[in-house]
Ligand binder design. Structure first.
Ligand code: CS2
Length: 498
């Protein structure tokens, strides 16, 4: 089979090999600007939108992908060379691969190269929605104060140099200011990140910034911009070199950066789009009045489950999530965590079936074909724990205080942050707070509570005697006996064996 480079010109050559866009991409206008064109966006929103564009009457909802950060050069160059095209490879439960070329990203911009162009794009009249995948840490929220972090030097820089911003807040503010000055309509700003109340968070953080940077704009934003909350879901591991070469060998597609993902996908959105929206419900998204139950279920079970498996798995020397999820002792531990600690907290949620959700999660985690990297899951844990794990703990501490499994995982994270697994292999910690994590992890060897003193992550958790006791006991146990032996003990209900 001849191999061709993936681009517009060669698109026809692939149509008998994999699914390809059947719509005329030249007719598609940009209605959405998306900031953060990583794997998740391309497996999720861009996929849904591609499906929608197959309906001939939909021509207004093409995506302009914006690469915001300096290190996004590679994805920007790749998409530019490939005319925005890429292959989405769905790894089915039986191991077969379903491949389709996605065409919904019709434009790409690289913000560091031309910031004004990005600002103008967001301010252009045809754009109705700005979507974001800027990661949990990207919202610039300080867990200790509950407020926007003005100490971030990039934020200070954006205030001083408004037309050459570095952060999403700087870009959005200047673009909205132009819309206001030009008498244009407002837009919807839609977060697609894993944050409880992600729309509320986006609104709160943006307005905090605006009130300092461009105070006169705040009222206009209040009246002209909407911020729907949404739950997003699709496990999307980092693309490996093997994924790239497989695609070349099996389908003759020379794609520098395909995306691989699981078959499952979910998108539950609050219907609050001030300037109109695509009919994403026609391609499987759900529009609901209140997304909170769905968000809580997903963050506190799926994302938290990931962090549990990630941190324990990393210490045990595993490399992928399926390996650790299929370890029977860890699997039992995770199920106990979900049943005893998370489910009671989520019990009152309306409209969600927790039992079947938990069962489907265990199957998804255990999927041996996905090979989701533990490294990916453990990265930026300092932004993830406060959103995924700690809300359950806080609620538990107000009631029956079943926090043993969560305390165990936090203790494992403290030990993980020393930088070695249980066999002494160096761990690749990727975290904006790495220096602090490592410092406190080392201090914890003498006084385990030192790790809990990182206030921007743990708030006042160190003041909870119940938590500190369970955490300290777990810390000593893991150090003395290793994760697996402790887990085995906990699974058989005899945890306290320091
Ligand atoms: C993961 C998520 O980053 C993480 O820790 O839990 O990326 C997860 O895979 C997605 O939210 C799945 O929808």
């Amino acid at each position: 089979m001849t191999t061709y480079k993936l681009n517009n010109q060669n698109l026809d050559k692939f149509k008998d090999r994999v699914a390809t866009p059947k719509y005329n991409r030249d007719n598609i206008k940009t209605g959405i600007v998306h900031i953060g064109i990583g794997g998740f966006h391309r497996a999720h929103e861009a996929f849904y939108t591609d499906q929608l564009l197959h309906n001939e009457s939909v021509t207004d909802w093409g995506i302009c992908g914006v690469a915001l950060l300096d290190f996004d050069t590679k994805i920007y160059n790749t998409l530019k060379e490939q005319d925005g095209l890429y292959t989405l490879v769905v790894k089915e439960l039986d191991g077969t691969l379903s491949k389709r070329i996605i065409g919904s990203i019709v434009e790409c911009l690289y913000a560091p190269e031309n910031p004004v162009k990005v600002i103008e794009k967001i301010a252009s009249p045809e754009v109705k929605i700005v979507t974001l995948t800027i990661t949990e840490g990207g919202y610039n929220y300080n867990e200790a104060t509950g407020e926007f972090n003005f100490e971030n030097p990039l934020i200070q820089q954006d205030i001083k140099h408004p037309m050459a911003p570095k952060t999403v807040f700087g870009y959005l503010t200047q673009a909205l200011k132009l819309r206001k000055e030009r008498g244009l309509k407002g837009v919807t700003i839609q977060s697609c990140d894993n944050i409880q109340g992600n729309g509320h968070m986006t609104e709160k953080m943006l307005l905090s910034y605006v009130k300092v940077a461009e105070p006169e704009l705040a009222v206009w934003i209040d009246e002209n911009v909407s911020f729907p909350n949404a739950m997003v879901d699709r496990i999307t591991p980092a693309t490996s070199p093997v994924d790239i070469s497989n695609l070349k060998e099996t389908s003759g597609i020379d794609d520098a950066w395909p995306v691989v993902c699981e078959p499952f996908k979910q998108w539950v959105i609050e219907d609050d789009f001030i300037a109109g929206r695509p009919v994403w419900e026609n391609v499987g998204a759900q529009f609901v009045e209140n997304v909170e139950p769905f968000e809580k279920m997903k963050l506190q079970l799926l994302n938290a489950g990931h962090s549990v498996l990630g941190v324990l798995g990393a210490l045990m020397g595993y490399e992928t999530i399926d390996e650790v999820a299929n370890n029977p002792n860890i699997n039992t531990f995770l199920r106990a965590y979900m049943k005893q600690e998370v489910a009671p907290v989520l019990k009152a949620l309306e409209g969600v079936d927790l039992e079947s959700y938990e069962a489907s999660l265990l199957q998804r985690f255990g999927n041996i074909y996905i090979k989701d990297q533990i490294d990916r899951i453990c990265s930026e844990s300092s932004a993830k724990f406060p959103i995924f794990i700690l809300p359950t703990v806080y609620t538990q501490l107000k009631g029956k205080a079943h926090i043993e499994h969560a305390a165990f995982v936090v203790a494992a994270w403290a030990i993980y942050s020393r930088g070695f697994d249980e066999k002494g292999k160096v761990l690749n910690i990727k975290d904006a707070l790495k220096p602090t994590l490592v410092k406190e992890a080392i201090a914890s060897e003498v006084n385990p509570v030192a790790f809990l003193e990182i206030e921007s992550v743990f708030g006042k958790l160190k003041d909870s005697e119940v938590f500190v006791e369970a955490y300290t006991k777990s810390y000593e146990n893991i150090k003395n006996h290793g994760v697996e032996r402790c887990v085995l003990e906990m699974n058989t209900n005899s945890i306290s064996f320091i």
